[in-house]
Design a protein around this ligand. Structure first.
Ligand SMILES: [Zn+2]
Length: 405
């Protein structure tokens, strides 16, 4: 085993323009820069489903998300590290953020035990037994060579009583401290640019072969929990700020609480997060959720909605949702969205897309996914322009008039 590591300076975040609580900025990572507010397509199993990397890039995406839980089970983090890290393995040379596995271990696997140490579970693929601890999660994300690593936390189920949410949030805080320590061990020199003890790295982790881990631009994000309880969110945010992270995520939302409670939670959570660091709202969301969250100061988003909806014949357009499977599109020669530049809209008619989807053709999933990802990147580009011109509030009204909630 090769002893890690040489990681150096952290990611950098520069805010360019503020308009109310919304802001535009640039996030600099080892594999490139991300214009914020940004949307990250979800590349669960080292692929954004139904898309080639070139197609994902063509939409304007500057970062994708990879899932620790899926990748640790198949093909395993060790194999990906052996093959040069996730960027090289999937030939995606732009930034990657990996989740910690916490959310999916709790939603997909058969949990055998959650303890102070971590989570023991059985794989949803073959039933094999695994354990994720904060240290193991950070080690896996390191082997994947993630530009942005997430702390290992427990995603509090919704609804939860105040006591359940408090216990869960405080367990996540203890795991946050352990995650930070584990990350620092893998990143011996976080600020001076010189590695001081890379000869004595204490974790037997596999260094991704040929990775860029010796370059600057790797960061660790904390995750605020506390369900929909203000006192718990504030306690979580304060304690995480004291531990110190390169960015702050807001977790445990978009789990069934509804848009109003989500916005309400952001209203009191965002103001207590460090102004100068990126803020990431995990797993959100629909177009109006995203614009509303940006208005409250959020910089980054990820969600399976555009890709999953695309595979289910649902399109997001500037005129609202379209179910292309609907019979009314069978003879329609117009484009899915006249203003969209994607291949589904510029090369094909609704009638053709309707036919592909009805016939179960793979190209139907590909084109519908491509379109939705283009819509989401166009949405983010519009958001950035409206922040620049101080007109985001009216843009929010425009989006909500098309997409209610
Ligand atoms: Zn399109």
């Amino acid at each position: 085993m090769t002893i890690v590591t040489n990681r150096r300076k952290t990611i950098e975040f520069h805010i360019h323009k503020k308009s109310g609580n919304a802001r535009t900025g640039i996030l600099k990572t080892a594999h490139g820069e991300i214009h914020t507010p940004a949307f990250m397509p979800v590349g669960t199993a080292a692929t954004v489903k139904a898309m080639t990397n070139e197609a994902v890039k063509s939409t304007g995406a500057e970062i994708i998300l990879g899932n620790t839980y899926h990748l640790m089970l198949r093909p395993t983090a060790e194999r990906i590290a052996e093959l040069g890290g996730l960027h090289k393995f999937m030939n995606w040379d732009l930034p990657i953020l990996t989740d910690s596995g916490g959310f999916q271990v709790m939603s997909l696997s058969q949990i055998s035990k959650i303890s102070e140490n971590g989570v023991v579970f059985n794989s949803h693929i073959d039933g094999s037994r695994h354990e994720i601890t904060p240290e193991r999660s950070i080690e896996i994300q390191h082997m994947l060579d993630a530009d942005i690593t997430m702390i290992f936390d427990e995603c509090t189920p919704y609804p939860a009583t105040h006591q359940q949410a408090a216990d869960s949030m405080r367990l996540s805080l203890r795991w946050a401290e352990r995650s930070k320590k584990a990350f620092e061990k893998l990143k011996p020199s976080s600020s001076c640019g010189l590695s001081q003890d890379n000869s004595t790295g204490s974790m037997d982790s596999v260094q991704p072969k040929g990775s860029q881990n010796d370059k600057s631009g790797y960061g660790l994000f904390g995750i605020v929990q506390g369900s929909v309880y203000e006192d718990l969110r504030l306690e979580s945010a304060k304690e995480l700020c004291d531990i110190g992270f390169d960015g702050m995520a807001i977790g445990g939302l978009a789990v069934g609480e509804g848009q109003e409670l989500m916005f309400n939670t952001l209203d009191y959570t965002c103001p207590v997060l460090p102004e100068e660091k990126p803020r990431y709202l995990m797993g959100v969301g629909k177009p109006a959720d995203i614009v509303g969250a940006v208005l409250r100061g959020v910089d980054m988003f990820d969600c399976v909605i555009p890709t999953r909806s695309g595979r289910n014949a649902q399109a997001f357009t500037r005129n609202g949702n379209i179910n292309i499977r609907n019979a009314k599109h069978a003879n329609d020669t117009s484009a899915l969205d006249e203003q969209c530049s994607c291949p589904a809209c510029t090369n094909h008619s609704r009638a053709y897309l309707h036919h592909l989807v009805k016939a179960g053709e793979i190209l139907g999933s590909m084109l519908m996914t491509w379109h939705n990802l283009q819509y989401y990147q166009d949405l983010m580009s519009d958001i950035r322009e409206h922040i620049a011109s101080d007109t985001l509030e009216s843009y929010y009204q425009q989006v909500t008039s098309v997409y209610k909630k």
